[in-house]
Design a protein around this ligand. Structure first.
Ligand SMILES: [Zn+2]
Length: 207
């Protein structure tokens, strides 16, 4: 079970994290976690381009290391990238030193491409307060207010699309995955989501 829309309570518990970017402008912030990987990330890039959409990719350092060419395509297309640790660590199950070192390793991997980023998203959205404290001086910790649920094998692609559209509003940070596990649902929902909000004159911006 999970909530498609993060609720007020969660946001109130962690006000130092970024959950959405409210404004009067019709902007949506799409984010893609867990790439870069062949085919799936490339599909996302092609789909975004059709709608002149910019997005933010929270990359796993190990995937950047294995797929440098795909990572270059992401940055070459003008999207932002963020740190998602090197090995997709689960914060609640990891000691603070290991967690911090693993995030630095991802940052170093990104810097090999001449990119500096202060955006960080904890894998699974789970991070201890002590881990957040060590990152916050140099990072913006980016969460989301709309979870597409594309990773859930219990959801149909149609449900993922419908719920994601329903919960998105101006300033929303929306989470999709460019991962093999999510691909079937993401590949169905993403182009239709972009079509829906483009026709209402929304813009898709990077963080
Ligand atoms: Zn992740």
């Amino acid at each position: 079970m999970f909530l498609h829309k993060t609720n007020f309570l969660m946001r109130a518990l962690y006000p130092q994290f970024v959950w959405r970017k409210p404004s009067d402008e019709k902007k949506i912030y799409l984010t893609f976690d867990d790439g870069p990987i062949p085919e799936v990330t490339e599909f996302v890039l092609e789909t975004l381009e059709k709608y002149q959409a910019k997005a933010t990719f929270f990359c796993i350092g190990d995937n950047i290391n294995k797929n440098p060419g795909i990572f270059r395509k992401v940055i070459g297309a003008g999207h932002s990238v963020g740190n998602h640790t090197f090995n997709h660590l689960r914060g609640w199950a990891t000691d603070d030193v290991t967690y911090f070192e693993n995030s630095v390793r991802c940052k170093t991997e990104i810097e090999k491409f001449g990119i500096e980023t202060n955006l960080f998203r904890p894998p699974y959205g789970r991070i201890k307060r002590s881990q957040a404290r060590s990152l916050l001086p140099n990072h913006e910790i980016i969460m989301w207010d709309v979870l597409s649920g594309d990773f859930s094998q219990n959801l149909s692609p149609e449900t993922v699309l419908k719920k994601t559209i329903k919960h998105t509003e101006a300033g929303s940070i929306v989470l999709f995955h460019d991962s093999t596990k999510a691909n079937k649902r993401m590949a169905y929902a993403l182009p239709r989501f972009l079509e829906h909000f483009s026709s209402q004159e929304f813009q898709f911006s990077r963080l």
